[in-house]
Design a protein around this ligand. Structure first.
Ligand SMILES: Nc1ncnc2c1ncn2[C@@H]1O[C@H](COP(=O)(O)OP(=O)(O)OP(=O)(O)O)[C@@H](O)[C@H]1O
Length: 350
């Protein structure tokens, strides 16, 4: 399939509106996802990037209506398994949501080992998943073998193994195959390669891209590793302090970032091939969810901040919305001069 490279979202598979995740803490209300709005285009790979603790995992859980107790998920999340067939994700019953998860929206989290049952072979994991969802097991196992081969695994050998017999890279690929065996529309991946070495991460990223292209999948790929998504994502959404501060086509975000935070993130890596370990941290600390600064939440770390930024929270918008590149900053026009990009080279697929 030819991948969609639309700049704006024309055929959304998710419409996320005014969506908040909050926890009642002794210290006060903690909003760990704060009234976010975003659309996900059918068939795209959306990279969601942000520092540790910025709310990335909360966003992933929200898309699956799987926020853990006592977290409160509010707002509207509409899922379109097919165009013009909206499903209101937050009003589904427990049994309805269980069916949507895995069958329509599947997920892969960091650390495959904790997702597998150590006493069951990989084959039994596939068989059980197919049987629980009333799929034809024999037909499904053929698909499992294809998926494993597509991920460059010896399917028979892997299926006969127990989780502890596989290396980190093999088990993470086996988990990706398992997450796709029910032919979901969407795959939500939360730091799926974080525990692996750089070479294995890059090779898995290439495989994910290939599988997304071949199988017409929508992928929401969540990471704190901006260089990692550069070659994977069609669009990039940047989270800062539990809100999206910039969203746009990947190439534009990487080469003409509009938000000072995105530019600081880009400047923290000499080039997009740099291992994360060599990245320089951005000065200042990410906000605590109980005491997010007033106005623009980035203002305490921002070289452009003035009284307006301390007072008013800028909307996520653009003067040219047809470009599909929006940022939440009062001073988008002056950002390029004030925070020049130091990246030497951007090698991404335009
Ligand atoms: N059960 C909980 N109760 C209260 N706060 C929580 C709970 N789980 C997470 N948080 C807080 O929610 C905020 C966002 O967490 P989240 O896991 O989404 O961040 P993240 O961007 O995925 O970070 P990381 O990359 O470190 O996983 C953090 O401040 C975290 O401390």
């Amino acid at each position: 399939m030819q991948r969609k490279r639309t700049k704006t979202v024309e055929d959304p598979i998710f419409e996320v509106r005014d969506t908040t995740v909050s926890f009642d803490m002794d210290r006060g209300e903690s909003k760990v996802l704060n009234e976010v709005d975003i659309d996900v285009e059918r068939g795209e790979v959306l990279g969601v990037v942000g520092e540790s603790g910025s709310g990335k995992s909360m966003f992933a859980s929200a898309l699956l209506n799987a926020v853990v107790d006592p977290g409160q998920l509010t707002g509207d999340i509409t899922f379109y398994p097919e165009p013009e067939k909206p499903v209101d994700l937050l009003s589904l019953s427990q049994s309805e949501i269980k069916q949507v998860r895995w069958e329509e929206i599947s997920m892969v989290f960091q650390g495959a080992m904790s997702s597998f049952n150590p006493t069951m072979s990989i084959r039994d994991h596939f068989r059980e998943t197919l049987a629980v969802h009333d799929y034809d097991v024999e037909e499904g196992m053929e698909r499992a073998e294809d998926l494993l081969s597509d991920l460059y695994l010896e399917s028979d050998q892997v299926l006969d193994s127990y989780p502890h017999e596989l290396s980190g890279g093999m088990s993470q690929r086996a988990l990706i195959a398992l997450s796709l065996v029910l032919k979901p529309e969407v795959l939500v991946m939360d730091e799926p390669t974080a525990a692996l070495d750089l070479l294995m991460q890059r090779s898995i990223i290439r495989l994910i891209r290939q599988i997304a292209d071949e199988r017409d999948l929508t992928i929401v790929f969540i990471t704190h590793d901006l260089p990692l998504v550069a070659n994977l994502a069609d669009r990039i959404a940047v989270l800062y302090a539990f809100e999206f501060v910039e969203v746009g086509p990947a190439y534009e975000v990487l080469t003409e970032a509009k938000h000072p935070y995105t530019r600081a993130l880009l400047n923290s890596t000499p080039n997009l091939e740099t291992p994360r370990e060599q990245m320089r941290p951005i000065e200042g600390a990410a906000p605590d969810p109980v005491s997010v600064p007033n106005g623009c939440s980035y203002h305490p770390r921002c070289p452009l901040a003035d009284a307006t930024c301390e007072r008013d929270d800028p909307p996520l918008e653009s003067d040219t919305p047809e470009d599909g590149h929006v940022a939440a900053c009062h001073y988008v026009d002056t950002v390029p001069e004030t925070v020049p990009l130091t990246l030497q080279e951007v090698k991404v697929n335009e």
